[in-house]
Design a protein around this ligand. Structure first.
Ligand code: EPZ
Length: 416
C-alpha cells in the first residue's frame, strides 16, 4: 500500500541528521541549465520532487548522475525537446525552468505547473515580469509559450512577495542584457542559497536576503560544485515529532540561524530548545502550555510550510489555540483528517480554531499534500492506538526515509 502504519505512544530519543533542503535544491538544479559544463551538487536530497526535476533535465538532453548525495549535471549535450508532461504536472517547481530555458534557448512552451492542492497557485507574477523583460508570452487554457531573443534587464515591482517568482526572475536576469531590480524580493534562506550558488558561478547579484535584489547580467556562468544547506522544514518536522511524542532528540545539521521563528513558537508551546553550533537539541512533550496564536508569514516570519505541523502539535497540547494562514488560501486540508483522530478544530476564513482535547486516538487518515501528510504522522505518534496515513507518496515528495528515521528515534511505525 501507499501508506504508513503508526502505533502511537512511544517517546523519541537519539539523533537524526537533517537532509538537504528540497526548496533550495530545486531552483539550483534548474539554474544548472544556465551553465555550460558539469555542476556538482552535494547534499542533494533523494526525494521524488528532486527525482522529477532531474528527469526534466534529462529530457532536455542533460547528462545526470547521482552518487549517493552528490548529483552531477552536464548540460553540454542540452537539446531543445519537449519536457515529459508527467513530471511537469507533478510539481510546481517545474515553472522554475522557464526563466532558465528562456535565457538559454530563447523559447519555452510548458503546461501550467502542478503542485499541492493548497491553493490556486497561479504564475501570473512570473509571466507578467518576463513580459517586462522583453519576452512574448502566449497563453491558452492548458499552458503557455514564452519567447525572447535575449531577455533585457528591467525594474520588476511585484504586488507581493512570491518565492517562486523571485527565483524564476533571478534565473531569467543573471544572463540578461543590463540590470534587473526585483522588489519586493522574497528573503527565504532558499533564495539566499540560490544567489550564493549563482554568485559562485560568476553571477553579479546584490541584496540577497533583503527585499531588494539587484542583478547585473553577465555574459557567461562557469560550472561549480555547491553544497545544499540542510532543510529547515524537515528539521522543524522532526522538532514537532519530538514535541508531539515527547523525549529528547538532537537534530544534527539543522540550520539554526534560519529557524528562529519556529524555535521561538516551539518554546512558547512548552518545548525546551538548545541551539548548538551543529544543530538543535529539543526535549519535551507539549502539554498545558499551548500557544494561543500561530500566524504564518513571509520569511523571517513563521513559515507556512510549518503550519500543519504546528496544528498537529497544538491539538495535542491540551490547550485551545488559533492558527492563522496568511500565504495560501487553502492550506487547512489536514483539518478533516485530524478530526477523524478526535481533534476539535473549526475553520473560519483563514483562521483555524483548535479546541482543547484530552488527546487523540488512532484512525485511518489521508494525506492530501506534502506537509499535511507529515503532520498526520506527527499527530499519530502521540495518538492512542494505531493510525494509518494513506497517500504516502505526497510525503515522499519532500522527506527522505521518514519511517526509517523515526524508527531509529524509537517510534513504532512501518510502511504499509
Ligand atoms: C514556494 O512555493 C515553496 N515551494 C512552498 O513550499 C512554500 O510554501 C512557498 O514558497 C511559500 O514559502 C518551493 O519552493 C518548491 P509563492 P511558491 O510564490 O513559490 C501566490 C513545500 O511544502 N502567487 O511564494 O509556489 C500564491 O498562490 C512547498 O515545500 C500568485 O498569486 O510560493 C501564494 O498564495 C509548498 N501568483 C502566494 O503567492 C504568482 O505568480 C505565495 O506563493 C505566484 C504566487
Amino acid at each position: 500500500m501507499d501508506a504508513i502504519r503508526i502505533y502511537g505512544g512511544n517517546c523519541l530519543d537519539g539523533q537524526t541528521t537533517i537532509q538537504g533542503s528540497k526548496n533550495a535544491s530545486l531552483p539550483i538544479l534548474a539554474a544548472t541549465l544556465l551553465i555550460d559544463g558539469t555542476c556538482e551538487i552535494e547534499n542533494c536530497p533523494d526525494i521524488s520532487d528532486v527525482y522529477h526535476m532531474l528527469r526534466l533535465l534529462e529530457s532536455l538532453g542533460c547528462k545526470v548522475e547521482r552518487e549517493r548525495t552528490v548529483v552531477r549535471i552536464d548540460t553540454q549535450s542540452f537539446s531543445e525537446c519537449d519536457m515529459p508532461s508527467d513530471s511537469v504536472c507533478v510539481m510546481r517547481s517545474s515553472v522554475m525552468l522557464v526563466g532558465a530555458l528562456l535565457a538559454r534557448t530563447g523559447k519555452i512552451c510548458m503546461e501550467y505547473p502542478g503542485g499541492c492542492v493548497i491553493g490556486a497557485r497561479p504564475i501570473d507574477l512570473h509571466l507578467k515580469s518576463l513580459r517586462q523583460m522583453g519576452a512574448s508570452v502566449q497563453e491558452d487554457a492548458k499552458g503557455f509559450c514564452a519567447e525572447a531573443a535575449r531577455l533585457r534587464g528591467a525594474v520588476l515591482r511585484l504586488p507581493f512577495v512570491s518565492v517562486g517568482a523571485t527565483e524564476n526572475l533571478i534565473l531569467a536576469a543573471v544572463l540578461a542584457d543590463g540590470e534587473t531590480v526585483i522588489e519586493p524580493a522574497a528573503r527565504e534562506p532558499e533564495i539566499q542559497s540560490l544567489c550564493e550558488f549563482l554568485r559562485s558561478a560568476g553571477a553579479q547579484i546584490e541584496g540577497s536576503g533583503t527585499e531588494r535584489l539587484v542583478i547585473h547580467g553577465v555574459e557567461k556562468l562557469m560550472p561549480v560544485r555547491y553544497r545544499i544547506p540542510a532543510d529547515r522544514i524537515v528539521a522543524g518536522t522532526y522538532l514537532c515529532a519530538c514535541m508531539s511524542a515527547g523525549g529528547r532528540v538532537f537534530l544534527r545539521d539543522a540550520p539554526v540561524s534560519h529557524m528562529e521563528s519556529v524555535l521561538s513558537y516551539a518554546e512558547r508551546m512548552g518545548a525546551s530548545v538548545s541551539r548548538e553550533a551543529d544543530g538543535i537539541v529539543v526535549t519535551g512533550r507539549v502539554h498545558e502550555s499551548g500557544c494561543d496564536l500561530v500566524r504564518t508569514g513571509c520569511y523571517p516570519e513563521f513559515p507556512t510550510d510549518m503550519q500543519s505541523l504546528f496544528m498537529a502539535v497544538m491539538t495535542l497540547s491540551g490547550k485551545a489555540g488559533r492558527i492563522e494562514e496568511t500565504v495560501f488560501e487553502n492550506r487547512f486540508r489536514i483539518v478533516p483528517e485530524l478530526r477523524k483522530m478526535g481533534a476539535d478544530i473549526t475553520v473560519q476564513g483563514n483562521v483555524a480554531h483548535v479546541g482543547a482535547v484530552d488527546g487523540l486516538h488512532g484512525a485511518i487518515v489521508q494525506a492530501q499534500e506534502l506537509r499535511g501528510g507529515a503532520a498526520l504522522v506527527v499527530a499519530a505518534l502521540a495518538a492512542d492506538g494505531t493510525s494509518i496515513v494513506t497517500n504516502r507518496h505526497y510525503i515522499d515528495r519532500g522527506y527522505e526515509d521518514i519511517v526509517l528515521n523515526l524508527r531509529a528515534l524509537g517510534a513504532d511505525l512501518e510502511l504499509a
